[in-house]
Design a protein around this ligand. Structure first.
Ligand code: TXA
Ligand code: MG
Length: 336
């Protein structure tokens, strides 16, 4: 049977039987897309390697890109991880459930299919009620990458999951739009000094404030993490990042009809509303504070990608440290 022949169920988490149905499918070795506070995940029972293999097939993801195992709570971590540093408890107590993934030496039973052959495993306790209910019910871990086809934009709604993966997965558990909107911070805790492998909603400063030790953060998150590739999170239309000044200059001239503009500043908003010469723009405003911006970014990119826009101009956000995850994703989204 070809993977593309499945009928994908759309299970509403508000329906009392939805979590039970999703659990049944996962136990049966099938793929279920799940809501988390960051982005939707594409989940399989982490104790069933044959089920986990289907994730790679559905996404078109290379087999050596490791997956994150999601757990219901901190007490389960020792079932998956061999050794934990002293500072683990402080980290977990401060940030779980939440957008933090730890990477640590795996237990022998954890499949190479899950870890991409690596001796370590990524673990996260996500903060979403339907996902936590599902995890408690299956009494296992759920291996789940973001629920997008390889290199495409991560989904933050069930509709976006279906847009990319309908027919290739058994079901999506619809828990509404994701609150955070960007993938978790990944921290390698397998040595004395924690090291950030992927920038995320929890910053280096936030980690250091809790741990009272220095946290390493490489300038560019490319080499350390397999799967952390340069061209990623990509819309299918050409995406160009412009400073506010550059975007002002572009909008002052005559733009092509159907130019997509994704912006956040009131300066650009005012320009667009006043500039009737450019009334064929496809424009969308993101929140100006970091949390709102991050929450809307993937959704905005998806919307413009699926609109009549032929290209997307994006007003580059601030570069302050708290915006690091946003800028990291945008650099990859616009990479050639
Ligand atoms: O917020 C998130 O983290 C979301 C939600 C669904 O939890 N998941 C997510 O998964 O973003 P994914 O597969 O798209 O990105 C996870 C990345 C991998 O690409 C890999 O770079 C890194 O996590 N990773 C996982 N396990 C690792 C390991 N053992 N060593 C190093 N990196 C690892
Ligand atoms: Mg991903």
């Amino acid at each position: 049977m070809g993977e593309a022949s499945l009928t994908t169920l759309h299970l509403l988490a508000t329906d009392p039987s939805a979590v039970a149905q999703a659990a049944e499918l996962a136990r049966d070795g099938q793929l279920v897309a799940v809501p988390t506070e960051t982005v939707y995940g594409l989940a399989a029972d982490a104790r069933q390697p044959d089920a986990v293999k289907k994730i790679f097939a559905a996404k078109g993801r290379p087999a050596d890109h490791p997956l994150i195992v999601h757990l219901a709570d901190k007490s389960l971590v020792t079932e998956w991880v061999e050794t934990l540093p002293d500072y683990f408890d402080a980290l977990a107590d401060a940030f779980w459930p939440g957008p933090l993934t730890i990477v640590a030496k795996k237990q022998a039973h954890v499949s190479d299919i899950v870890t991409g052959g690596h001796p370590t495993v990524g673990i996260r306790v996500p903060n979403h009620p339907a996902m936590l209910a599902l995890l408690q019910r299956i009494n296992s871990g759920l291996a789940a990458p973001s629920a997008n086809p390889y290199k495409k934009i991560s989904p933050t709604t069930a509709e976006q999951v279906l847009f990319g993966l309908s027919g290739k997965i058994a079901a999506v558990l619809d828990g509404g739009p994701c609150e955070v909107g960007l993938e978790s911070t990944i921290v390698d805790i397998s040595s004395a000094t924690p090291r950030i492998l992927r920038a995320g909603p929890i910053t280096k400063a936030a980690l250091e404030a809790v741990l009272n030790i220095e946290v390493d953060e490489p300038d560019v998150h490319t080499v350390a993490v397999p799967g952390n590739v340069k061209a990623h999170y990509q819309p299918s239309k050409p995406l160009t990042l412009l400073s506010t000044e550059e975007l002002v200059a572009r909008l002052s001239g005559q733009c092509e009809a159907n130019t997509g503009v994704l912006y956040y500043s009131s300066q650009i908003e005012q320009m667009i509303s006043e500039n009737s010469a450019n009334n064929e723009l496809v424009d969308l405003k993101l929140g100006a504070d970091k949390a709102k911006y991050a929450q809307g970014l993937y959704h905005g990119l998806h919307q413009l990608d699926q609109s009549s826009a032929t290209e997307i101009l994006l007003e580059a956000p601030p570069t302050a440290p708290e915006w690091r995850d946003v800028n990291d994703r945008l650099m990859r989204a616009a990479a050639q």
